[in-house]
Design a protein around this ligand. Sequence first.
Ligand SMILES: [Fe+2]
Length: 205
Amino acid sequence: MILTRRAAIGSAVCFGAAAGAACGVDAAVPRTPAQTSGPFYPRARPADQDADLTRVKGMRGVARGQVIRVSGQVLDRQGRAVQGARVDLWQANAAGRYDHPDDGSDAPLDPNFQGSTVLVADADGRFRFRSVKPGAYGGRTPHIHFTVTGARARLTTQMYFPGEPLNARDGLLRSASPREAVIARAIGRLEADPEALAFGWTVVL
Ligand SMILES: [Fe+2]
């Protein structure tokens, strides 16, 4: 069983308390706060639905912007990995523009940016993707939208980036409680992909 730090703390609380049903409740890992899916859920999916959003099959170029790598893990409220969870994610490009007919922004589309994908978590509940950091738009700080579906639960939320100056002013982020649960952890740079900034994030269904 994969235990996150939070789950481990939950277990410690459980073992320290009297055994019984109440202990089970105390041990539950807090659910990641739900957030709106917003108006730009993809209507059409690109034929390319792999885990590298910085390239589009059939195109020669690469997406503009800061490359990121996100390593995520889906857990249930007991801290157990949710094997096979469906991870549906979509985001604006580096200019802050969604590839969606309702996005009337003047910011340019990027033909080399995939914009969305659907991943399946592995046996440890883990998923990974490579993308570019989404641009800010319309008062929103950079964020990536997710709908994560396990066998027993489904969550729509948004993942944010640490240290972003606009985080403090984003109403949706400020409404999340606890706020830290929707902000990814910076991991730094990876030797294998030195141009990418790496982030980690745990989703609890
Ligand atoms: Fe958005």
